[in-house]
Write a protein that binds this ligand. Structure first.
Ligand code: ADP
Length: 684
């Protein structure tokens, strides 16, 4: 973002700077060149004026000579005329000076008046036009080679020079320039009466007249008028050929005989325009101005040129542009540095804000912190920090709330579970109690009934036994024949008595709350004694009996009755093992239970109990035993255990085995105390 913003700020600046440099460069160039062109035009004008002034000067000299009284006087001594003319020629630096007769047909020579053919021009016309009034004129005239050779007017070596091939000039087949460009003056010489007595003709040759162009140059390009290193040049062209110039050629001499470019020639000579521009003159670029030179006939016969070397000006301009560019570039660099430094101070808060956002997203705790400057971003940072603090507080509160909620839910769930457990327990207890109640009621009723029946049966059996004794005594020795029957009767009667005895026991178990001979009994001891007693009766090699004793507390029971219960359970276990093909195992365990209880657990791997029989197990006379079963074992055991405040639980898997658990309360201190102080107990 920093770089984007920097680019956003700096790009227009750079663009502007670039444009300023470009426009300035362009403008400076245009302006400079405009100035240069204006100057060169002025220079050309000065050159033209000088050129004109030189012509006027010549005209004045010729006129002064024509008006010279000495000349008129000398006409009386014609032999001295020629000497005078020659003297004036060299005095006034004419290339030629001729004295002609009044109509120009004769010329004064060393040999006196000689025929002469006048080179025709408006100048001569004008001088000859008036007979009396003095007249004359000066102008540029081109003399052909014939014309100047005719009268030996000019020295050939001064006129003729070779043409040099020049790039971009109009091609030519000529190899040398033999025409002469002269400033020609023709003046009539009048006598005192005002009559024309002669013509005076003088001329200055411009071909090779370097002094002439140097003079003009010195006038135009005086000291300090040009940039250092530049050179000013003036040239006179005959047609398109440089006949006198101070433009240097490639070999450092004057560029005589070189020609102007086609473009300039067409503009100036053909179309008669002035031409001002940069021009490649001979071998370098010049700021140049050209204008046509018109001869006495009004024809464009040549050109006057003024110009100066462009390079120093161009270098100056380039230096100025470079300086300007450098300054602008420096300004831009300065702006970039300032903007970068300033941007850093602006963006530092944004960067720290970004890093805080990243850290927050990654779950770390970080803050922007205090920032010195006071702008909107700093305010934003402070607000952001405050917002993060608030968020953190809120999150903390939510977490605490969630934790509290979870704890509450857990405790409620725990409570509910406990309630539920209690409810289940209560239901189980209720169900058991109901069953026990039902059983108890049933047993109580049966108890009463059986007690009555047993009592009623006991009496006849006593009578039977008594009578059997009498009968045996009566029969005496003969009883051997019926001894078997007698034994059978007595056996069966005892069996009846055993049943009635157990019936009574059963009924008493239901009616008496607690055996009067209850005492603290060690279950391992009791189990050990009982197993020893019955071992031979019940167990053969096919059945194994195991004892495991973990019980440490004593139960408060009648040991004989509990022994009876144990015998019943073991007998049933052995019975259940009879028809089972596997080797039988009976395990008797004693163990401590929670809530001040102890237990005897009798397990076997016998036939197990059919689910349909489960509910009826403790019913009196319920038996599946075929021979000896009375169906009273469990019901009597139940009664005994119940009377001692205990219970019998059954777990069985049909076909796999059964486990009977007798749970009994342990001895409490009060019970021991009552045993130790029977007197107090009896009194209470
Ligand atoms: P009896 O033993 O005279 O049949 P009980 O009251 O002792 O009378 O037993 C009742 C019935 O309970 C038995 O006939 C037997 O079907 C069943 N029973 C008792 N104990 C077991 C046991 N350990 N395995 C299988 N069935 C048993």
């Amino acid at each position: 973002m920093r770089y984007q913003l920097l680019a956003l700020v700096l790009l227009p600046l750079l663009l502007l700077a670039f444009t300023v440099v470009l426009v300035s460069a362009r403008w400076s160039t245009d302006y400079t060149y405009q100035q240069l062109f204006t100057k060169v035009n002025t220079d050309l004008r000065v050159a033209r004026d000088s050129f004109q002034r030189i012509q006027n000067e010549q005209q004045r000299v010729v006129q002064a000579l024509a008006d010279n009284a000495m000349l008129i006087e000398l006409f009386r001594h014609p032999d001295r005329l020629n000497a005078w003319v020659n003297t004036q020629k060299s005095l006034n630096r004419f290339d030629y000076l001729m004295l002609l007769n009044h109509n120009g047909t004769q010329r004064m020579t060393d040999a006196g008046w000689q025929p002469h053919e006048l080179v025709a021009s408006p100048l001569t016309d004008r001088a000859l036009s008036t007979l009396s009034a003095p007249g004359g004129a000066t102008g540029i005239q081109i003399l052909s080679a014939d014309a100047w050779q005719e009268g030996n007017l000019l020295i050939p070596s001064q006129v003729v020079f070779p043409l040099i091939d020049t790039l971009r000039a109009v091609p030519t087949e000529r190899s040398a320039e033999d025409r002469a460009m002269v400033i020609r003056s023709v003046q009539s010489v009048n006598n005192m009466a005002g009559e024309r007595i002669a013509l005076l003709e003088g001329a200055t040759l411009l071909n090779r007249d370097f002094a002439f162009v140097d003079r003009i140059r010195d006038l135009v390009y005086g000291p300090g008028s040009l940039a250092p290193g530049s050179i000013g040049t003036v040239t006179v062209f005959l047609d398109d050929v440089r006949i006198t110039t101070n433009v240097p050629s490639s070999d450092a001499t004057r560029a005589l005989g070189t020609r102007v470019s086609k473009e300039v020639r067409e503009a100036v000579l053909d179309r008669g325009e002035s031409w001002t521009d940069r021009a490649f003159v001979v071998n370098d670029w010049y700021i140049s101005a050209y204008e046509p030179i018109t001869d006495v006939f009004g024809q464009r016969v040549g050109m006057l040129y003024a110009g100066y070397l462009e390079a120093p000006f161009r270098q100056d301009l380039q230096k100025t542009i470079a300086l300007l560019s450098g300054l602008v570039l420096l300004g831009c660099l300065l702006a970039i540095v300032v903007a970068t430094v300033a941007a850093r101070s602006i963006f530092r808060p944004i960067e720290s804000l970004t890093s805080v956002i990243r850290a927050t997203a990654a779950g770390k705790r970080k803050r922007v912190g205090a920032i010195k400057s006071a702008n909107e971003i700093c305010e934003l940072s402070a607000q952001f920090d405050a917002m993060l603090d608030t968020l953190e507080e809120q999150r903390h509160e939510i977490e605490q709330g969630a934790e509290y909620l979870e704890q509450t839910v857990q405790s409620r769930t725990q409570e509910l579970r406990q309630q539920n457990q209690r409810l289940t327990d209560s239901l189980t207890l209720l169900r058991q109690t109901r069953l026990q109640l039902e059983t108890a009621e049933k047993l109580a009723a049966l108890g009463e009934l059986t007690a009555g029946v047993a009592h009623e049966i006991n009496n006849p059996t006593a009578v039977i036994l008594g009578n059997m004794d009498i009968l045996i005594a009566e029969i005496g020795e003969d009883r051997a024949d019926v001894q078997t029957e007698i034994d059978l009767i007595i056996q069966q009667v005892y069996r009846i008595r055993s049943i009635t005895h157990r019936l009574v026991q059963y009924s008493r178990a239901e009616s008496e709350p607690m055996s009067p001979v209850a005492q603290p009994v060690s279950l391992p001891e009791l189990v050990g004694d009982t197993v020893n007693l019955i071992r031979h009766d019940f167990f053969d090699n096919s059945v194994q009996i195991l004892e495991e004793h973990q019980c440490t507390q004593e139960a408060f029971v009648d040991p004989h009755e509990l022994q009876q219960v144990l015998v019943n359970l073991v007998r049933n276990a052995v019975e259940a093992l009879k028809d089972v093909p596997r080797s039988g195992l009976v395990v008797i365990k004693t163990e401590d239970r929670e809530e001040r209880e102890v237990a005897i657990v009798v397990s076997d791997n016998g036939a197990g109990i059919e689910p349909a029989h489960r509910a009826r197990l403790f019913d009196p006379f319920f038996t599946t035993g075929k021979e000896r079963g009375t169906g009273l074992g469990l019901s009597v055991s139940y009664g005994i255990v119940h009377r001692h405040g205990g219970r019998i639980d059954v777990q069985s898997e049909f076909g796999m085995g059964s486990t009977f658990t007798v749970v009994l309360p342990v001895v409490v201190d009060a019970q021991v105390d009552s045993l130790l102080s029977p007197v107090g107990n009896a009194l209470a």
